[in-house]
Design a protein around this ligand. Sequence first.
Ligand SMILES: NC(=O)c1ccc[n+]([C@@H]2O[C@H](COP(=O)([O-])OP(=O)(O)OC[C@H]3O[C@@H](n4cnc5c(N)ncnc54)[C@H](O)[C@@H]3O)[C@@H](O)[C@H]2O)c1
Ligand SMILES: [Zn+2]
Length: 367
Amino acid sequence: MGIVNVPLGNRSYKINIGAGLVHRLGAECARLGLGTRCAIISDTNVAPRFGKTAHEALAKAGFAPTLITIPAGETAKSLKTVEACYNQLAAQRLERKSFIVALGGGVVGDLAGFVAATYLRGLPFVQVPTTLLAQVDSSVGGKVGLNLKAGKNLVGAFHQPRLVLCDLDTLASLPMREFRAGLAEVIKYGIIYDARLFQQLERDLPKLLLRDTRALAAVIARCCEIKAEVVQQDETEGGLRAILNFGHTIGHALEAISHYGKYLHGEAISIGQVAAAELSAQILDLPAPEVARIETIFHRAGLPTRLKLNPPQRKKLLTAMQLDKKVSGGEVKFVLARRLGAVEFGQRVPLAALERCLTPHPSPLTP
Ligand SMILES: NC(=O)c1ccc[n+]([C@@H]2O[C@H](COP(=O)([O-])OP(=O)(O)OC[C@H]3O[C@@H](n4cnc5c(N)ncnc54)[C@H](O)[C@@H]3O)[C@@H](O)[C@H]2O)c1
Ligand SMILES: [Zn+2]
C-alpha cells in the first residue's frame, strides 16, 4: 500500500492508496479517535456497490454508521441535497464528535465535505474516493462545495479531510469514459510539475487503460504527492495552487457553453490543455515537439483534443472565459508551460493569440 502525507500542521492527514481499503475503513477510522456515530454519504451508483462493505467495516470497528444515499450526477451538488443530508444527520442525532464518510466520486466528496464543514459548525470527515478523478484530485486539498443555478462551485469552504482512502478495487466498475476523464487530470500533473511522470505515463498508458493495479497505484500516489506539495505551499489558493488549473480556463468555458451536457470535465480540460500548450508555444516558447507529445498522449488516452467551433460559438467561448470565477480585474490569466513539468501562472494572453488558437487549424495527429 502507498501512503502519501499531506503536512498541514494540525490539519495534516494521510492518503492511503491500495487494494481492499474499503474493508479497512473501520480500522483506519478507529485510529483517528473519532466519535461513535457516523454517516456514510454515497450516491445511487456507488452505494449499491460499496455501501454495505463500508457499513460493515465501520460497524465491526465499533462505530454506529448510517448510510445516506444521494442521487448520482452533478445536479445533486445542490443546496437542496445539502438540506436533505442535514435533516438525516439530525434525525440520526449526529453530534460534535461524529464524523462523515464521503464514499463516491467528486460530486459526493464535494457535497459530503460541504455538509461536514457546516453541520454543527464542522464535523471531521473521511474521503473514500471511487473515481480516478476523485482519487487524484478532488479528495485531496480540502476544497468542498456545491453549485448554484448561476454557476458551478459558487458556494464552498476549505475543510480538510482527516483521512483519504483510495481503494483501487473500486475503480474496476467505473465506466470507461469516466476513467479516461480521470486520466486527463493525471496527465495534467505530468505537464505542470513532473516531466518524469509524463514520460512514465507515455510508457505505461496501455497498462493504465487496462487498469493494471500496480501501474495505477504508482501513478495515483505520485499525483496525490504533487497535489499535496502544491496544497501545502498554498492551502487557500492565493497563488501557486493556480497551476492546478492548467487547461481549465478554456475547459471550464467549454463546459459552460455546452451547458455541462456534452463534455465530461476531463474531456473539456483535455481540449483545454492542448489549447494551453499551443498558447504556451506562442508565449513562453514551449518547444513544438513537447506540444506534439502533449496532444499525442491525450489522444492515446482516448480523449478529445480539438474543437470545431464556428465564429458565433468561438465568441461565446471567449465571453464564457471572461465570466470564469478565476478571472480577476476583468483580465483572463492563463497557466502556461515553459517546458514539460514547469508551468507559470498569471500569464496574460493577447486576445489575438487566443482567437488564433481557437480557430480550426491542422493537428499533427490528423495531417
Ligand atoms: N474539490 C476539488 O478540489 C475538486 C477538484 C476537481 C473536481 N471536483 C468536482 O468533482 C466533481 C466531478 O467528480 P467525478 O468526475 O468523480 O464525478 P461523479 O462524482 O459525478 O462520478 C462520475 C460518475 O461515476 C459514478 N461512479 C463513481 N464511482 C463509481 C464506481 N467506482 N463505479 C461505478 N460508477 C461510479 C458516479 O455515480 C457518477 O455517475 C465535480 O463536481 C467537480 O466540481 C472537485
Ligand atoms: Zn479539473
